[in-house]
Design a protein around this ligand. Structure first.
Ligand code: AMP
Length: 218
């Protein structure tokens, strides 16, 4: 893979986090998830967490300058030297322009953008059924890929969590935020000829194999 910055685009529930995790393992590069970093800050009730919490719980986006700041700090860490995956960032045109400027300033070249496409009706079930291991980050779905033991992680037995924003009302708001603010990025990156489309409706393991094969040649 030639590109140093990989961007994962797609609506909530498309499988960005699941796929980014696989790609990070395969290529030995960090997965930089703004959602995970923000949730961690909320849990620790840091100033960043306190600033982001209400927006996240309402299913709205956190202000651009707040998220851009945490991405810039994370990209500056030594483990991002070889390359990195931006998972859930950028989500607005302002953030996309920020990424362009940041990559140029840091001499990191053009990003490769993977758009994971999934039909709308599948997303709600994926999100309401999602459960995550707070210890190892493994993602399950009680409808499609349940853990063996009810609500416990197969890998380490930790009790799985259900994200507070994975309830129907908040999901609807998150999908609106996606349509209004994030979907325009598909056109933005298509025009720049940086976009690669992936069919995210297939099962996650198949999507991962397709994606790894593509990236090895990209
Ligand atoms: P995610 O885990 O990617 O679904 O993100 C969870 C929530 O964190 C979103 O609904 C937003 O409130 C916030 N968030 C994550 N990434 C961003 C971003 N790039 N811009 C603004 N808000 C974000």
């Amino acid at each position: 893979m030639r590109a140093q910055a990989l961007i994962f685009l797609g609506p909530p529930g498309a499988g960005k986090g699941t796929q980014a995790r696989e790609i990070a393992k395969e290529f030995g590069i960090p997965q930089i998830s703004t959602g995970d970093m923000l949730r961690d800050a909320v849990k620790k009730q840091t100033p960043l967490g306190l600033a982001a919490q209400a927006k996240m719980e309402a299913g709205a986006l956190v202000p651009d300058e707040v998220v851009s700041g945490i991405v810039e700090e994370r990209v500056a860490e030594p483990d991002s030297k070889k390359g990195f995956i931006l998972d859930g960032f950028p989500r607005t045109l302002v953030q996309a322009k920020f990424v362009d400027e940041m990559l140029q300033r840091r001499g990191r070249g053009s990003p490769l953008v993977v758009n994971i496409d999934v039909p709308g009706d599948v997303l709600m079930k994926r999100l309401t059924g999602r459960r995550t291991c707070p210890k190892c980050g493994e993602i399950y779905n009680i409808y499609f890929s349940p853990p063996t033991e009810n609500e416990a992680c197969d890998k380490d037995g930790t009790k799985l969590i259900h994200r507070v924003d994975d309830n129907e009302d908040t999901i609807r708001q998150r999908l609106v935020a996606y349509e209004d603010q994030t979907r325009p990025l598909i056109e933005y990156y298509t025009k720049k000829r940086l976009l690669h489309e992936v069919n995210g409706a297939k099962d996650p393991a198949t999507v991962a194999v397709d994606l790894i094969n593509f990236l090895k040649k990209a």
